[in-house]
Design a protein around this ligand. Sequence first.
Ligand SMILES: NC(=O)c1ccc[n+]([C@@H]2O[C@H](COP(=O)([O-])OP(=O)(O)OC[C@H]3O[C@@H](n4cnc5c(N)ncnc54)[C@H](OP(=O)(O)O)[C@@H]3O)[C@@H](O)[C@H]2O)c1
Length: 313
Amino acid sequence: MTRVAVATSFGGPEVVEIVDRALPKPAAGQVLVEVRAIGVNPIDYKLYSGAFGTDESSLPLPLGSEAAGVVVAVGNAAEGAGGPISVGDEVIVSGAKGAYAEKILVPADAVLPKPASLDWNVAAGLLVVAGTAYDTLETVAASSGDTVLVHGGAGGVGSIVVQLAKARGATVIATARAENNDALRKYGAVPIEYGEGLLDRVRAVAPDGIDAAIDTVGTDEAVDVSLELLTDKARLVTIAAFERAANDGFPSVGGGNPQSAERRKKAALSLVRQAGEGDFEVVVAKTFPLADTATAHAELKRDHPRGKFVLIP
Ligand SMILES: NC(=O)c1ccc[n+]([C@@H]2O[C@H](COP(=O)([O-])OP(=O)(O)OC[C@H]3O[C@@H](n4cnc5c(N)ncnc54)[C@H](OP(=O)(O)O)[C@@H]3O)[C@@H](O)[C@H]2O)c1
């Protein structure tokens, strides 16, 4: 048996319940992982909010897609992204269904080796944000010499975009609320506040213009300012304003896009390695017991904290 968090209907965090589930033995190509930490992402509560439909047949809805833990059982022919998997391996689970659990049965290709240098909480919260960040930078072809505007540069995804863009040699201008300016400066970005007057503030710090823009927020302000400043809208990408992207004809990533999924999967091992070597950091803002999933989701929706929330089973 294992305890898992599920959404029992569509709505706010109050629909989340902790229930017991039977766990079958791993079949061929499957791995059983005892979870040490679970990454929390906004998509986790959006999926039961009704924003992506209210298909009753999907209930109770398993929650979460990423975790870190120890392999406790392995089916035949279980080969992960990093090679064969053995009992006792410390691993990262990525792209799983129902990662909010004490134990999780996953396909072997959802498992990557966890570098010893990464603690459980960071490892658990790493790949959604890093994979998304990488995907955006590839989409706008950010490279050395570019000036890149990042909307939401202090957020989970945005803070990795900033760090990876700097590592590519770009000049980075990033938006955040005033309290987050120091965090952005630490990563080498020029911080500016979002809100009224954003266009003028970007022009003031980038008199020669910008070459690319990455929107991790999804507001009309972020999209409008970017479109106004860019000469080529193919160099704007959003991870949240999907309707604007479709209507205005610029790229979005994620949201079920198979090209994004493929690109992120290919990059995962390298991103884990880079994080393990300290090339970029993932900040963990707060941990919660798995039993407090509903509280974690309510806080994440309300406070947009600087850093990741992590659940501990
Ligand atoms: N498409 C994909 O593949 C994909 C993947 C991951 C996430 N997402 C989506 O991307 C969004 C961000 O995810 P996340 O994990 O990075 O969330 P997060 O850690 O909560 O970060 C959100 C960021 O948005 C900023 N923000 C909030 N309100 C703002 C406003 N009015 N104007 C400008 N910035 C504002 C916050 O800045 P301050 O804290 O400085 O106020 C914060 O940096 C979510 O909607 C999530 O569902 C999409």
